[in-house]
Design a protein around this ligand. Sequence first.
Ligand SMILES: [Zn+2]
Length: 182
Amino acid sequence: MDEEEPQQCVFCHIASGKIPAKKVYEDDRVTVVLDINPATPGHLLVIPKEHVSVMPQMSEDLVAYMGMISKQLSHALIRALKIEGTSIFVANGVAAGQRAPHFLLHIIPRSPNDGVALQLLPGKIDEKTMNEVVAKLAPAVGKQFGVEVKLPKTEKPVKKSEPEAPVKGNLDAIADLLAGGK
Ligand SMILES: [Zn+2]
């Protein structure tokens, strides 16, 4: 909040309305506009009105609010644009490809074969490295939540996971939305 002068931040100006944008929603905490270089038509940027660069600077309350907003905007996109899903995306930090100095949450309408390249290519990791990652990470996560984490001495071998199949329940929910239901 102190590292960037909000006076110089384009996204603060978009959020406050000083710079015009194609706005689809606004309340006291966020402004939602169309991305001017959309991955697909209807690509939304959810811009917090408070200047924050990355998620760790945000209050938990605001993070939770962004989650709620994402859900409602996804519903609206699916209903209004007859798309079949949404990708919800945050580039959190320069290493993750973040270019804006202001935290942005992207909601991207998705359809089969829409050419949007957000696939995560499956990498390879061995059992030992996975255990090392868990040993480093789980205590840190516990500390973050204020709980003590006790790791078992030996980890059971992790089953090689199958490629993710579409979850039928989710598809049913989207079909319901398209049909105008809840
Ligand atoms: Zn800003």
